[in-house]
Write a protein that binds this ligand. Sequence first.
Ligand code: ADP
Length: 162
Amino acid sequence: MIALYPGSFDPVTYGHLDIIERASQLFDKLIIVIMENDEKKPAFSSSQRKELLEKCISHLPNVSVKVGSGLTVDFAREHNCQVLIRGVRAVSDYEYEMQLATANMTLQPDIETIFLLARPQYSFLSSSTAKTIAKNGGDLSKFVPEIVAEKLTEIYKISEGN
Ligand code: ADP
């Protein structure tokens, strides 16, 4: 069975990577898709986000990364994915995730959303938290892998210089 893990991954954090490792053990194949979303102004381009994700998952042979646009369920159908994976951190994620999963279920009843609970140490970790820490020169080592931390530090140094 092929599962799809959609998200913004702007940038990938240890929380995402934990979900990726766990989902990769549950399914034959896992496709991570960076969904382009006009409503969000990302810090990293989709190709930068893809490159970072690819470096972080190189030890997982059944995982691949793609960039997509449009509806997640359409992407899932085109790539033969029967399952959507989402991570749930706190109660605050619940309403948004329920809205998305219900819409996807209505659009495409054959595709199931499966939620994986965030590991406690990552349950307050988001890409925005990592960006805020980077902007303010904080220690990123518990939040994102080294290569991601380097890129985050780089982009905020550049924007400070402007
Ligand atoms: P989106 O913009 O689609 O919410 P994100 O990249 O922020 O994209 O997140 C993708 C998915 O990963 C979402 O289901 C989100 O709840 C989940 N997620 C994000 N951070 C974590 C974390 N620290 N632990 C577990 N799941 C997470």
